[in-house]
Design a protein around this ligand. Structure first.
Ligand SMILES: *Cc1c(COP(=O)(O)O)cnc(C)c1O
Length: 236
C-alpha cells in the first residue's frame, strides 16, 4: 500500500530532527512549511489534522480560495511564490508571512497596505544568489538598496532571507548557495543592533532540505516529500 501522508510527514519530521541535531540545533527551532500548492483543500486538511501548522503556497489567487477552507488552530500561510504588485492587497489579506519580497516598490506597497489594514506583516527578502535573470529575487548587489527601503516600512517586519538555488541532481551541490545566504545574513547583522538582527533563513526543499538545515536554514519548504508529486500539467 502506498505510504500515507501521515507516514510521509512523520518521516520528514524525523529527518528534520536529525539534521537539526547535526547542526547543533533543536528541531523546534526549524519551521517545517508544507508546500500545498496545487493540492486541494481536503488534502491540505489531512496535513493540518496531522499537526502541520505552516503551509506554503506560490499563487495568491489559488491560496485565497483555499485558505478559508482549511480549518485548524493557529495555522500560518506563507507566500513562497513571486508576488506581483497588483496582487499585493489580496496577498496581505490571505497570508501571514511573505517570503518573496524582491524590490523596493513592493516593500513600499506592502507596507502601505499592511498599515491600512492595521497589521504588522512578517516578511523575508528573496535573494537571487545564482544571478540567473530568469529567477526572481534581489541580486546581491542590489540588496543594500532594498534593505534601506525597509527602514521606512514600519508595518513590515523584515526577519531574514529566502533563496532558491538552481536545481541540482545532487543536493550537495546546493550547499554553497545555502552557506552563502547564511554568511550574507551574518555580515549584515554585524552592523545591526540586537533588536534589528535578522534571524530567519528560508531555504531547502524536498530534495535538499537536510543540506539546507546543516547550513543554517530556520524554515524549510517541503512539498512533494509530504504531499506526493504534483500534477505535471502545471508549471510548478
Ligand atoms: C514548490 C516550491 C517548493 C517545494 O518544492 P518541493 O520540491 O515539492 O519540495 C519550495 N519552495 C518554492 C519557492 C516552491 O515554489
Amino acid at each position: 500500500m502506498a505510504e500515507s501522508l501521515r507516514e510521509r510527514l512523520a518521516r520528514i519530521q524525523e529527518r528534520v530532527e536529525r539534521a537539526a541535531e547535526r547542526s547543533g540545533r533543536r528541531a523546534q527551532d526549524i519551521t517545517l512549511i508544507a508546500v500545498s500548492k496545487t493540492f486541494d483543500a481536503d488534502i491540505v486538511q489531512v496535513a493540518a489534522d496531522a499537526g502541520v501548522r505552516d503551509f506554503g503556497e506560490n499563487r495568491v489567487q489559488e491560496a485565497a480560495g483555499k485558505v478559508p477552507r482549511v480549518r485548524g488552530d493557529n495555522l500560518r500561510w506563507h507566500l513562497i511564490g513571486h508576488l506581483q504588485s497588483n496582487k499585493a492587497r489580496t496577498a496581505v489579506a490571505t497570508f501571514d508571512f511573505i517570503h518573496t519580497i524582491d524590490n523596493g516598490n513592493l516593500v513600499d506597497r506592502l507596507n502601505r497596505i499592511a498599515g491600512e489594514l492595521g497589521r504588522r506583516l512578517p516578511v523575508l527578502a528573496q535573494v537571487d544568489l545564482a544571478g540567473e535573470s530568469t529567477k526572481s529575487g534581489v541580486d546581491e548587489k542590489d540588496l543594500p538598496g532594498v534593505l534601506e527601503t525597509f527602514e521606512r516600512a514600519g508595518s513590515l517586519d523584515l526577519l531574514g532571507f529566502m533563496t532558491m538555488p538552481p536545481f541540482f541532481d545532487e543536493p550537495e551541490q546546493a550547499r554553497g548557495y545555502f552557506r552563502r545566504l547564511r554568511e550574507l545574513m551574518e555580515t549584515i547583522n554585524r552592523c545591526r543592533t540586537p533588536e534589528k538582527r535578522l534571524r530567519e533563513l528560508s531555504m531547502g526543499m524536498s530534495h535538499d532540505f537536510e543540506v539546507a538545515i546543516e547550513e543554517g536554514a530556520t524554515m524549510v519548504r517541503i512539498g512533494t516529500a509530504i504531499f506526493g508529486s504534483r500534477p505535471t500539467t502545471r508549471n510548478n
